[in-house]
Design a protein around this ligand. Structure first.
Ligand SMILES: Cc1cc2nc3c(=O)[nH]c(=O)nc-3n(C[C@H](O)[C@H](O)[C@H](O)COP(=O)(O)OP(=O)(O)OC[C@H]3O[C@@H](n4cnc5c(N)ncnc54)[C@H](O)[C@@H]3O)c2cc1C
Length: 296
């Protein structure tokens, strides 16, 4: 177990600590890392706690984009009026994570670096087209969230050498809407069986931009271009939604899972969830689709 617990006050100090403590690793809320250390899945000689770095705790906006610090907690994202108004898919995803206790300490950055394909906020961030800003001794780089995955539980961010500092989400202007839908056995403390998020832009009665993300149907959150392409240029009708949802079902390749259920069931439910999310994003009434299961 770690011998040192360090509390840097700035990103520079954090990078310095990562350099001088070999075997050091970043910790944020610790909801994933403490379990990984206890079970021996990860090792760290020193834990470097980033939750006192003010810059990583900030949510800000200008007219073109919203920026969210990596150490902002799920509870803070879910409660933020700015996020609820401008990026409702992310507010809903953050509000669906775990339980109040987990949401009060678990962070957006930790959810992404932990690299689980069904991480709730990852699915929303991918649909929103978010870029992650990563800082190391070598400098700064920006990477699309979907490109941070190196495999299940393996991130391109090396938490022993670099810090994910924030997420940047470009605003799409008037008609920008998004939604998140999740299927789980219970509303709290239950792994998502499936989760989907969508972002659309409506202009003069047509969808001019669209992004769709599905999970867990491959080992990372899956941006679904097939479904997005169906939407672009079309009016927000039930017929168009049905075609996009059918395309998403076709593109999804979930595995049979003891925890999450059979592949065929989950493939069918991708279609159902995507219809629900698209109706919400387009401002259409929810339809009784006859399927059981808790969704947000
Ligand atoms: C009971 C329970 C229920 C849960 N339910 C859900 C759920 O429903 N949905 C869901 O998506 N998740 C769930 N989780 C998982 C977990 O809470 C989230 O993944 C959480 O967001 C992790 O954030 P954290 O701040 O606690 O990360 P930590 O545990 O502190 O860190 C996780 C990993 O990320 C690295 N890291 C953290 N921040 C950074 C950074 N800024 N830069 C570089 N590396 C970093 C750490 O080194 C570590 O490897 C649950 C966990 C528990 C214990």
């Amino acid at each position: 177990m770690p011998q040192e617990y360090l509390l840097p006050a700035s990103i520079e100090e954090c990078l310095h600590m990562l350099a001088v403590y070999p075997g050091g690793r970043i910790i944020a809320g610790g909801t994933d890392l403490m379990l990984d250390l206890r079970e021996g899945r990860k090792e760290a000689k020193a834990l470097i706690d980033i939750t006192r770095i003010g810059e990583l705790k900030r949510i800000s906006a200008d007219k073109d984009r919203i920026s969210i610090g990596a150490a902002v907690t799920h509870a803070e994202v879910a409660a933020s009026e700015l996020i609820r108004q401008r990026l409702p898919a992310l507010a809903a995803a953050a509000g669906a994570v775990g339980s109040p206790q987990v949401r009060n300490v678990g962070t957006l950055g930790g959810n992404i670096v932990n690299a689980q394909p069904a991480a709730d906020t990852a699915v929303a961030l991918v649909a929103l087209g978010a870029r992650a800003v990563i800082v190391s001794a070598a400098g700064e780089r920006q990477v699309a969230v979907e490109d941070l995955y190196a495999g299940v539980g393996r991130s391109q961010v090396d938490a022993s050498k670099e810090i994910l500092t924030k997420f940047i989400i470009d605003l799409w202007g008037a008609g920008d809407a998004s939604a998140f839908a999740r299927l789980a056995r219970r509303r709290t403390l239950s792994l998502p069986v499936l989760n989907v998020a969508v972002r659309v832009k409506l202009k003069e009665g047509r969808c001019t931009r669209a992004r769709v993300c599905l999970a867990p149907v491959v080992p990372r959150p899956l941006p679904c271009q097939e479904a997005a392409s169906v939407l672009i240029g079309q009016p927000p009708t039930e017929e168009v939604i049905a075609r996009a949802a059918a395309a998403a079902k076709q593109a999804a390749h979930p595995r049979d899972s003891l925890l999450r259920g059979p592949a065929n069931y989950r493939k069918d439910m991708v279609e159902v969830l995507l219809k629900r999310a698209l109706r919400e994003a387009f401002g259409l009434p929810a339809e009784e689709d006859g399927h059981q299961g808790q969704t947000v």
